[in-house]
Design a protein around this ligand. Structure first.
Ligand code: NDP
Ligand code: 2IT
Length: 444
Protein backbone atom coordinates (compact mmCIF):
# COMPACT_ATOMS: atom_id res chain seq x y z
CA UNK A 1 0.00 0.00 0.00
CA UNK A 2 1.32 3.49 -0.73
CA UNK A 3 2.33 5.65 2.24
CA UNK A 4 -0.60 8.00 1.58
CA UNK A 5 -3.17 5.16 1.56
CA UNK A 6 -1.64 3.63 4.66
CA UNK A 7 -2.01 6.92 6.52
CA UNK A 8 -5.57 7.46 5.39
CA UNK A 9 -6.54 3.95 6.56
CA UNK A 10 -4.85 4.63 9.87
CA UNK A 11 -6.71 7.93 10.31
CA UNK A 12 -10.08 6.25 9.72
CA UNK A 13 -9.25 3.40 12.10
CA UNK A 14 -7.82 5.55 14.86
CA UNK A 15 -10.39 8.35 14.72
CA UNK A 16 -13.77 6.56 14.64
CA UNK A 17 -16.92 8.64 14.27
CA UNK A 18 -15.12 11.67 12.84
CA UNK A 19 -16.39 11.88 9.24
CA UNK A 20 -15.54 15.55 8.67
CA UNK A 21 -11.98 14.97 9.83
CA UNK A 22 -11.63 11.94 7.55
CA UNK A 23 -12.99 13.98 4.64
CA UNK A 24 -10.51 16.83 5.14
CA UNK A 25 -7.55 14.46 5.55
CA UNK A 26 -8.52 12.48 2.46
CA UNK A 27 -8.72 15.54 0.27
CA UNK A 28 -5.30 16.78 1.38
CA UNK A 29 -3.61 13.38 1.17
CA UNK A 30 -5.02 12.70 -2.30
CA UNK A 31 -3.50 15.97 -3.50
CA UNK A 32 -0.17 15.24 -1.86
CA UNK A 33 0.26 11.85 -3.51
CA UNK A 34 2.70 13.14 -6.14
CA UNK A 35 4.82 15.02 -3.60
CA UNK A 36 4.88 12.17 -1.11
CA UNK A 37 5.64 9.50 -3.69
CA UNK A 38 8.66 11.50 -4.85
CA UNK A 39 10.08 11.67 -1.30
CA UNK A 40 8.52 8.59 0.25
CA UNK A 41 11.57 7.20 2.03
CA UNK A 42 12.56 10.44 3.74
CA UNK A 43 9.02 11.13 4.88
CA UNK A 44 8.40 7.54 6.00
CA UNK A 45 11.59 7.50 8.05
CA UNK A 46 10.54 10.68 9.79
CA UNK A 47 6.91 9.45 10.18
CA UNK A 48 6.02 12.84 8.77
CA UNK A 49 2.45 12.00 7.73
CA UNK A 50 1.68 10.19 11.00
CA UNK A 51 2.68 13.38 12.81
CA UNK A 52 0.91 15.69 10.34
CA UNK A 53 -2.50 14.04 10.88
CA UNK A 54 -2.26 13.86 14.68
CA UNK A 55 -3.00 17.11 16.56
CA UNK A 56 -0.19 18.11 18.89
CA UNK A 57 -2.82 18.45 21.60
CA UNK A 58 -6.60 18.57 22.12
CA UNK A 59 -7.92 20.26 25.21
CA UNK A 60 -11.54 19.55 26.08
CA UNK A 61 -13.38 20.85 29.08
CA UNK A 62 -16.77 21.69 30.57
CA UNK A 63 -18.26 25.16 30.45
CA UNK A 64 -20.80 25.77 33.21
CA UNK A 65 -22.78 29.02 33.16
CA UNK A 66 -26.06 30.36 34.52
CA UNK A 67 -28.91 31.35 32.15
CA UNK A 68 -31.37 34.21 32.63
CA UNK A 69 -33.85 31.89 34.36
CA UNK A 70 -31.21 31.10 36.98
CA UNK A 71 -30.67 27.58 35.65
CA UNK A 72 -27.16 26.12 35.41
CA UNK A 73 -26.24 25.14 31.85
CA UNK A 74 -23.25 23.02 30.84
CA UNK A 75 -21.60 23.06 27.41
CA UNK A 76 -18.59 21.29 25.95
CA UNK A 77 -15.50 23.37 25.16
CA UNK A 78 -12.49 22.49 23.03
CA UNK A 79 -9.23 23.80 21.67
CA UNK A 80 -7.44 21.71 19.06
CA UNK A 81 -3.76 22.74 18.88
CA UNK A 82 -2.96 21.01 15.63
CA UNK A 83 0.47 22.04 14.42
CA UNK A 84 2.98 24.65 15.61
CA UNK A 85 5.83 23.93 13.16
CA UNK A 86 5.72 27.37 11.54
CA UNK A 87 4.32 29.55 14.35
CA UNK A 88 2.01 29.73 17.37
CA UNK A 89 -1.33 27.97 16.95
CA UNK A 90 -3.76 30.28 15.17
CA UNK A 91 -7.39 29.76 14.26
CA UNK A 92 -10.91 30.67 15.19
CA UNK A 93 -13.43 29.66 17.83
CA UNK A 94 -16.79 28.36 16.63
CA UNK A 95 -19.98 28.56 18.70
CA UNK A 96 -22.68 26.41 17.11
CA UNK A 97 -24.80 23.51 18.40
CA UNK A 98 -23.23 21.20 15.78
CA UNK A 99 -19.68 21.67 17.15
CA UNK A 100 -17.92 18.43 18.08
CA UNK A 101 -14.38 17.07 18.03
CA UNK A 102 -14.59 15.87 14.41
CA UNK A 103 -15.58 19.29 13.11
CA UNK A 104 -12.91 21.08 15.11
CA UNK A 105 -10.23 18.60 13.99
CA UNK A 106 -11.19 19.08 10.34
CA UNK A 107 -11.08 22.84 10.81
CA UNK A 108 -7.75 22.69 12.68
CA UNK A 109 -6.24 20.46 10.00
CA UNK A 110 -7.34 22.77 7.19
CA UNK A 111 -6.02 25.73 9.17
CA UNK A 112 -2.48 24.29 9.18
CA UNK A 113 -2.24 24.45 5.38
CA UNK A 114 -4.22 27.68 5.04
CA UNK A 115 -1.98 29.48 7.50
CA UNK A 116 1.09 28.20 5.70
CA UNK A 117 -0.26 29.57 2.40
CA UNK A 118 -0.51 33.08 3.86
CA UNK A 119 3.31 33.17 4.08
CA UNK A 120 3.04 34.45 7.67
CA UNK A 121 4.43 32.71 10.78
CA UNK A 122 1.28 31.05 12.15
CA UNK A 123 0.61 27.42 13.06
CA UNK A 124 -2.82 25.80 12.94
CA UNK A 125 -5.50 25.45 15.61
CA UNK A 126 -9.26 25.68 16.11
CA UNK A 127 -11.65 25.63 19.02
CA UNK A 128 -15.18 26.23 20.09
CA UNK A 129 -18.23 24.93 21.85
CA UNK A 130 -21.63 23.42 21.17
CA UNK A 131 -23.15 26.53 22.82
CA UNK A 132 -25.86 28.08 20.63
CA UNK A 133 -25.68 31.89 20.74
CA UNK A 134 -29.01 32.22 18.88
CA UNK A 135 -31.73 33.71 21.03
CA UNK A 136 -29.44 34.26 24.02
CA UNK A 137 -29.33 37.58 25.85
CA UNK A 138 -26.11 39.61 25.96
CA UNK A 139 -25.77 38.66 29.61
CA UNK A 140 -26.04 34.96 28.81
CA UNK A 141 -23.45 35.27 26.02
CA UNK A 142 -21.15 37.10 28.44
CA UNK A 143 -21.61 34.50 31.18
CA UNK A 144 -20.81 31.75 28.70
CA UNK A 145 -17.76 33.56 27.26
CA UNK A 146 -16.36 34.28 30.72
CA UNK A 147 -16.70 30.65 31.76
CA UNK A 148 -15.20 29.44 28.48
CA UNK A 149 -12.20 31.76 28.86
CA UNK A 150 -11.68 30.93 32.53
CA UNK A 151 -10.57 27.47 31.39
CA UNK A 152 -9.15 28.35 27.94
CA UNK A 153 -6.86 31.04 29.38
CA UNK A 154 -4.62 28.33 30.85
CA UNK A 155 -3.64 27.12 27.40
CA UNK A 156 -3.35 30.22 25.19
CA UNK A 157 -1.07 33.26 24.94
CA UNK A 158 0.20 35.81 22.42
CA UNK A 159 3.22 33.62 21.54
CA UNK A 160 1.50 30.32 22.17
CA UNK A 161 -2.01 30.11 20.76
CA UNK A 162 -4.09 33.01 19.43
CA UNK A 163 -7.81 32.30 18.87
CA UNK A 164 -10.18 34.49 16.83
CA UNK A 165 -13.75 34.42 15.49
CA UNK A 166 -15.57 31.87 13.35
CA UNK A 167 -19.25 30.92 13.10
CA UNK A 168 -21.11 32.47 16.04
CA UNK A 169 -18.09 34.43 17.27
CA UNK A 170 -17.85 38.09 16.25
CA UNK A 171 -16.85 41.35 17.89
CA UNK A 172 -19.20 40.97 20.86
CA UNK A 173 -17.89 37.55 21.84
CA UNK A 174 -14.22 38.46 21.28
CA UNK A 175 -14.74 41.47 23.59
CA UNK A 176 -16.14 39.35 26.43
CA UNK A 177 -13.44 36.71 25.92
CA UNK A 178 -10.67 39.32 25.91
CA UNK A 179 -11.95 40.98 29.08
CA UNK A 180 -11.95 37.68 30.92
CA UNK A 181 -8.47 36.68 29.64
CA UNK A 182 -7.07 39.97 30.92
CA UNK A 183 -8.79 39.49 34.23
CA UNK A 184 -7.55 35.90 34.64
CA UNK A 185 -3.93 36.50 33.62
CA UNK A 186 -3.27 40.18 34.21
CA UNK A 187 -1.80 40.38 30.71
CA UNK A 188 -2.74 43.02 28.13
CA UNK A 189 -1.47 41.18 25.07
CA UNK A 190 -2.52 40.17 21.58
CA UNK A 191 -3.97 36.83 22.68
CA UNK A 192 -7.06 37.11 20.49
CA UNK A 193 -7.61 38.67 17.08
CA UNK A 194 -10.72 40.31 15.74
CA UNK A 195 -10.61 42.63 18.75
CA UNK A 196 -12.46 45.96 18.84
CA UNK A 197 -10.59 48.99 17.55
CA UNK A 198 -10.44 50.58 21.02
CA UNK A 199 -8.52 47.67 22.55
CA UNK A 200 -5.97 46.45 20.02
CA UNK A 201 -8.03 45.38 17.02
CA UNK A 202 -6.92 45.92 13.44
CA UNK A 203 -8.73 48.00 10.89
CA UNK A 204 -10.00 45.81 8.01
CA UNK A 205 -10.06 42.56 10.06
CA UNK A 206 -13.88 42.58 10.00
CA UNK A 207 -13.88 42.86 6.22
CA UNK A 208 -10.81 40.70 5.59
CA UNK A 209 -12.20 37.23 4.87
CA UNK A 210 -14.87 38.44 2.46
CA UNK A 211 -12.65 41.03 0.79
CA UNK A 212 -9.79 38.52 0.50
CA UNK A 213 -12.14 36.00 -1.08
CA UNK A 214 -13.09 38.46 -3.79
CA UNK A 215 -9.45 39.57 -4.31
CA UNK A 216 -8.35 36.00 -5.03
CA UNK A 217 -11.47 35.35 -7.12
CA UNK A 218 -10.65 38.41 -9.19
CA UNK A 219 -7.06 37.20 -9.60
CA UNK A 220 -8.20 33.72 -10.68
CA UNK A 221 -10.64 35.22 -13.20
CA UNK A 222 -8.02 37.56 -14.68
CA UNK A 223 -5.52 34.74 -15.14
CA UNK A 224 -8.18 32.79 -16.99
CA UNK A 225 -9.19 35.59 -19.33
CA UNK A 226 -12.37 36.57 -17.47
CA UNK A 227 -13.47 39.48 -15.33
CA UNK A 228 -15.72 40.05 -12.35
CA UNK A 229 -17.41 43.27 -13.48
CA UNK A 230 -20.89 42.67 -14.81
CA UNK A 231 -21.13 39.09 -13.53
CA UNK A 232 -24.04 37.70 -11.51
CA UNK A 233 -22.97 36.24 -8.18
CA UNK A 234 -24.76 34.01 -5.66
CA UNK A 235 -23.40 33.97 -2.11
CA UNK A 236 -24.60 31.61 0.62
CA UNK A 237 -24.73 32.66 4.26
CA UNK A 238 -25.29 36.18 5.52
CA UNK A 239 -22.71 36.34 8.28
CA UNK A 240 -19.33 38.01 8.46
CA UNK A 241 -17.80 36.36 5.39
CA UNK A 242 -20.89 36.60 3.17
CA UNK A 243 -21.57 40.26 3.98
CA UNK A 244 -18.06 41.50 3.17
CA UNK A 245 -17.74 39.25 0.11
CA UNK A 246 -20.94 40.91 -1.13
CA UNK A 247 -19.56 44.37 -0.37
CA UNK A 248 -16.31 43.83 -2.29
CA UNK A 249 -17.98 42.01 -5.20
CA UNK A 250 -20.37 44.95 -5.57
CA UNK A 251 -17.49 47.46 -5.37
CA UNK A 252 -15.80 45.60 -8.24
CA UNK A 253 -18.91 45.81 -10.38
CA UNK A 254 -20.55 42.43 -9.89
CA UNK A 255 -24.24 41.96 -9.14
CA UNK A 256 -24.96 39.81 -6.07
CA UNK A 257 -28.50 38.44 -6.34
CA UNK A 258 -28.85 35.95 -3.47
CA UNK A 259 -27.89 35.44 0.18
CA UNK A 260 -29.08 32.87 2.75
CA UNK A 261 -29.12 31.75 6.35
CA UNK A 262 -29.90 28.38 7.87
CA UNK A 263 -33.65 28.94 7.34
CA UNK A 264 -33.77 29.95 3.68
CA UNK A 265 -32.55 32.29 0.97
CA UNK A 266 -33.45 35.63 -0.59
CA UNK A 267 -33.33 36.44 -4.29
CA UNK A 268 -33.20 40.07 -5.37
CA UNK A 269 -33.02 40.39 -9.14
CA UNK A 270 -32.01 44.05 -8.83
CA UNK A 271 -29.01 43.25 -6.66
CA UNK A 272 -28.83 42.85 -2.87
CA UNK A 273 -29.11 46.09 -0.89
CA UNK A 274 -26.32 45.45 1.56
CA UNK A 275 -27.15 48.24 4.03
CA UNK A 276 -30.46 46.48 4.69
CA UNK A 277 -28.72 43.12 5.22
CA UNK A 278 -26.21 44.70 7.61
CA UNK A 279 -29.04 46.26 9.58
CA UNK A 280 -30.83 42.89 9.86
CA UNK A 281 -27.78 40.75 10.60
CA UNK A 282 -25.21 42.98 12.31
CA UNK A 283 -27.54 45.26 14.27
CA UNK A 284 -30.78 43.36 14.91
CA UNK A 285 -29.33 39.80 14.79
CA UNK A 286 -32.43 38.90 12.77
CA UNK A 287 -33.28 36.42 10.01
CA UNK A 288 -32.58 36.90 6.29
CA UNK A 289 -36.31 36.60 5.43
CA UNK A 290 -36.85 40.02 7.05
CA UNK A 291 -35.20 41.47 3.90
CA UNK A 292 -38.34 40.98 1.81
CA UNK A 293 -40.36 43.14 4.22
CA UNK A 294 -38.12 46.04 3.29
CA UNK A 295 -37.60 45.09 -0.36
CA UNK A 296 -40.99 43.75 -1.54
CA UNK A 297 -39.65 43.01 -5.04
CA UNK A 298 -37.26 40.43 -3.56
CA UNK A 299 -38.34 36.84 -2.97
CA UNK A 300 -37.70 34.64 0.08
CA UNK A 301 -37.67 30.86 -0.24
CA UNK A 302 -37.64 28.66 2.84
CA UNK A 303 -35.08 25.86 3.00
CA UNK A 304 -32.01 24.98 0.99
CA UNK A 305 -32.00 25.64 -2.73
CA UNK A 306 -29.84 28.72 -3.10
CA UNK A 307 -27.65 26.86 -5.63
CA UNK A 308 -30.62 26.62 -8.03
CA UNK A 309 -30.43 30.40 -8.53
CA UNK A 310 -28.78 31.03 -11.93
CA UNK A 311 -25.41 32.78 -11.67
CA UNK A 312 -21.98 33.15 -13.27
CA UNK A 313 -20.09 32.82 -10.01
CA UNK A 314 -20.95 31.02 -6.74
CA UNK A 315 -19.36 31.86 -3.40
CA UNK A 316 -20.37 29.41 -0.64
CA UNK A 317 -19.83 31.33 2.62
CA UNK A 318 -21.94 29.50 5.23
CA UNK A 319 -20.66 26.13 6.47
CA UNK A 320 -19.12 22.73 5.65
CA UNK A 321 -20.78 20.41 3.13
CA UNK A 322 -23.46 22.95 2.19
CA UNK A 323 -22.95 22.34 -1.54
CA UNK A 324 -23.33 18.76 -2.80
CA UNK A 325 -23.04 17.04 -6.18
CA UNK A 326 -26.62 17.84 -7.12
CA UNK A 327 -26.01 21.52 -6.31
CA UNK A 328 -22.79 21.48 -8.36
CA UNK A 329 -24.67 20.05 -11.35
CA UNK A 330 -27.41 22.62 -11.04
CA UNK A 331 -24.87 25.47 -10.89
CA UNK A 332 -23.14 24.18 -14.00
CA UNK A 333 -26.33 23.66 -15.97
CA UNK A 334 -27.39 27.23 -15.15
CA UNK A 335 -24.17 28.63 -16.59
CA UNK A 336 -21.99 29.06 -13.50
CA UNK A 337 -18.30 28.93 -14.47
CA UNK A 338 -16.45 29.80 -11.25
CA UNK A 339 -16.70 28.85 -7.58
CA UNK A 340 -14.58 30.20 -4.72
CA UNK A 341 -15.07 28.97 -1.16
CA UNK A 342 -15.48 31.58 1.58
CA UNK A 343 -16.48 28.90 4.07
CA UNK A 344 -14.29 25.99 5.18
CA UNK A 345 -14.95 22.85 3.10
CA UNK A 346 -18.42 23.99 1.93
CA UNK A 347 -18.31 21.72 -1.12
CA UNK A 348 -18.55 17.97 -0.64
CA UNK A 349 -15.80 15.89 -2.22
CA UNK A 350 -18.18 14.83 -5.00
CA UNK A 351 -19.05 18.46 -5.76
CA UNK A 352 -15.37 19.45 -5.81
CA UNK A 353 -14.54 16.61 -8.19
CA UNK A 354 -17.45 17.63 -10.42
CA UNK A 355 -16.17 21.23 -10.65
CA UNK A 356 -12.68 20.06 -11.55
CA UNK A 357 -13.81 17.43 -14.04
CA UNK A 358 -16.13 19.88 -15.79
CA UNK A 359 -13.56 22.58 -16.36
CA UNK A 360 -15.04 25.07 -13.90
CA UNK A 361 -12.69 27.47 -12.12
CA UNK A 362 -12.59 26.35 -8.50
CA UNK A 363 -10.66 27.97 -5.63
CA UNK A 364 -10.78 25.88 -2.43
CA UNK A 365 -11.40 27.42 0.99
CA UNK A 366 -7.93 27.05 2.37
CA UNK A 367 -6.67 29.45 -0.29
CA UNK A 368 -9.81 31.49 -0.89
CA UNK A 369 -10.72 32.35 2.70
CA UNK A 370 -7.16 32.77 4.01
CA UNK A 371 -7.51 36.56 4.03
CA UNK A 372 -9.20 36.42 7.43
CA UNK A 373 -6.44 34.62 9.25
CA UNK A 374 -3.79 36.53 7.30
CA UNK A 375 -5.24 39.80 8.58
CA UNK A 376 -5.38 38.27 12.06
CA UNK A 377 -1.62 37.75 11.73
CA UNK A 378 -1.33 41.42 10.70
CA UNK A 379 -3.28 42.29 13.86
CA UNK A 380 -0.71 40.25 15.86
CA UNK A 381 2.12 42.19 14.21
CA UNK A 382 0.51 45.51 15.09
CA UNK A 383 -0.03 44.36 18.70
CA UNK A 384 3.64 43.33 18.97
CA UNK A 385 4.77 46.66 17.55
CA UNK A 386 2.24 48.53 19.72
CA UNK A 387 1.20 50.45 16.62
CA UNK A 388 -1.86 50.47 14.41
CA UNK A 389 -1.87 50.73 10.67
CA UNK A 390 -4.46 52.55 8.57
CA UNK A 391 -7.30 50.75 6.82
CA UNK A 392 -5.60 51.38 3.48
CA UNK A 393 -2.29 49.88 4.69
CA UNK A 394 -3.91 46.72 6.01
CA UNK A 395 -6.17 46.35 2.97
CA UNK A 396 -3.18 46.74 0.61
CA UNK A 397 -1.24 44.07 2.52
CA UNK A 398 -4.30 41.78 2.42
CA UNK A 399 -4.60 42.21 -1.31
CA UNK A 400 -0.90 41.46 -1.80
CA UNK A 401 -1.21 38.33 0.32
CA UNK A 402 -4.20 37.06 -1.71
CA UNK A 403 -2.42 37.75 -5.01
CA UNK A 404 0.57 35.80 -3.64
CA UNK A 405 -1.60 32.90 -2.52
CA UNK A 406 -3.04 32.71 -6.02
CA UNK A 407 0.47 32.69 -7.50
CA UNK A 408 1.75 29.99 -5.10
CA UNK A 409 -1.31 27.84 -5.66
CA UNK A 410 -1.21 28.13 -9.45
CA UNK A 411 2.55 27.54 -9.48
CA UNK A 412 2.43 24.39 -7.31
CA UNK A 413 -0.30 22.92 -9.53
CA UNK A 414 1.80 23.64 -12.61
CA UNK A 415 4.98 22.19 -11.08
CA UNK A 416 3.20 18.90 -10.42
CA UNK A 417 1.59 18.72 -13.85
CA UNK A 418 -1.98 19.55 -12.85
CA UNK A 419 -2.21 23.13 -14.10
CA UNK A 420 -5.45 24.86 -13.15
CA UNK A 421 -6.19 22.38 -10.34
CA UNK A 422 -6.11 24.84 -7.44
CA UNK A 423 -7.17 22.15 -4.96
CA UNK A 424 -3.95 20.25 -5.57
CA UNK A 425 -1.98 23.49 -5.82
CA UNK A 426 -3.18 24.86 -2.47
CA UNK A 427 -2.64 21.58 -0.65
CA UNK A 428 0.84 21.10 -2.08
CA UNK A 429 2.00 24.69 -1.56
CA UNK A 430 0.62 24.72 2.00
CA UNK A 431 2.23 21.37 2.78
CA UNK A 432 5.70 22.20 1.47
CA UNK A 433 6.48 24.88 4.07
CA UNK A 434 5.05 22.92 7.00
CA UNK A 435 6.85 19.73 5.96
CA UNK A 436 10.18 21.51 5.62
CA UNK A 437 9.80 23.12 9.05
CA UNK A 438 8.81 19.82 10.64
CA UNK A 439 11.74 17.99 9.05
CA UNK A 440 14.14 20.71 10.21
CA UNK A 441 12.89 20.57 13.81
CA UNK A 442 13.42 16.84 14.28
CA UNK A 443 11.13 14.32 15.94
CA UNK A 444 8.77 16.52 17.94
P1 NDP B 1 -21.15 33.86 10.91
O1 NDP B 1 -21.56 33.22 12.18
O2 NDP B 1 -20.92 35.31 10.86
O3 NDP B 1 -22.20 33.50 9.76
C1 NDP B 1 -22.46 32.19 9.41
C2 NDP B 1 -23.51 32.17 8.32
O4 NDP B 1 -23.64 30.84 7.82
C3 NDP B 1 -24.88 32.56 8.83
O5 NDP B 1 -25.61 33.15 7.80
C4 NDP B 1 -25.46 31.22 9.24
O6 NDP B 1 -26.87 31.18 9.25
C5 NDP B 1 -24.93 30.32 8.15
N1 NDP B 1 -24.79 28.97 8.69
C6 NDP B 1 -24.00 28.57 9.71
N2 NDP B 1 -24.15 27.27 9.97
C7 NDP B 1 -25.06 26.84 9.08
C8 NDP B 1 -25.65 25.59 8.84
N3 NDP B 1 -25.33 24.51 9.58
N4 NDP B 1 -26.54 25.50 7.83
C9 NDP B 1 -26.86 26.58 7.08
N5 NDP B 1 -26.35 27.81 7.28
C10 NDP B 1 -25.46 27.93 8.26
O7 NDP B 1 -19.84 33.05 10.47
P2 NDP B 1 -18.72 33.49 9.42
O8 NDP B 1 -19.30 34.28 8.32
O9 NDP B 1 -17.58 34.00 10.19
O10 NDP B 1 -18.26 32.05 8.88
C11 NDP B 1 -18.83 31.45 7.70
C12 NDP B 1 -17.87 30.41 7.16
O11 NDP B 1 -16.62 31.03 6.84
C13 NDP B 1 -17.52 29.28 8.13
O12 NDP B 1 -17.31 28.09 7.38
C14 NDP B 1 -16.19 29.72 8.72
O13 NDP B 1 -15.43 28.63 9.19
C15 NDP B 1 -15.55 30.36 7.49
N6 NDP B 1 -14.48 31.31 7.73
C16 NDP B 1 -14.64 32.40 8.55
C17 NDP B 1 -13.60 33.29 8.71
C18 NDP B 1 -13.78 34.52 9.53
O14 NDP B 1 -12.82 35.33 9.57
N7 NDP B 1 -14.90 34.76 10.18
C19 NDP B 1 -12.30 33.07 8.09
C20 NDP B 1 -12.25 31.94 7.20
C21 NDP B 1 -13.30 31.10 7.05
P3 NDP B 1 -27.64 31.19 10.66
O15 NDP B 1 -27.48 32.58 11.19
O16 NDP B 1 -29.04 30.83 10.32
O17 NDP B 1 -26.97 30.15 11.52
O1 2IT C 1 -11.27 29.70 9.45
C1 2IT C 1 -10.56 30.71 9.67
O2 2IT C 1 -9.53 30.92 9.04
C2 2IT C 1 -11.02 31.66 10.69
N1 2IT C 1 -12.08 31.47 11.25
C3 2IT C 1 -10.17 32.84 11.05
C4 2IT C 1 -9.07 32.44 11.99
C5 2IT C 1 -8.27 33.57 12.55
O3 2IT C 1 -7.40 33.25 13.39
O4 2IT C 1 -8.45 34.73 12.18
Amino acid sequence: MSYVDEIYTRVVEQNPGEPEFHQAVKEVLDSLRLVIDANEEIYRNAALLERLVEPERIISFRIPWVDDAGKVQVNKGYRVQFNSAIGPYKGGLRLHPSVNQSILKFLGFEQVFKNSLTGLPIGGGKGGSNFDPKGKSNREVMAFCQSFMTELSKYIGADQDVPAGDIGVGGREIGYLYGQYKRMTGLYEGVLTGKGLTYGGSLARTQATGYGLVYILDEMLKHNGKELAGKTVVISGSGNVAIYATEKAQQLGAKVVALSDSNGYIYDKDGIKLDIVKQIKEVRRGRIKEYVKEVPTAVYTEGKGIWTVPCDIALPCATQNELNLEDAKSLKSNGCFAVAEGANMPSTREATDFFLENGMLFMPGKAANAGGVATSALEMSQNSQRLSWTFEEVDAKLKDIMVNIYAKTADAAKRYGVEGNYVAGANIAGFEKVAEAMMAQGVV
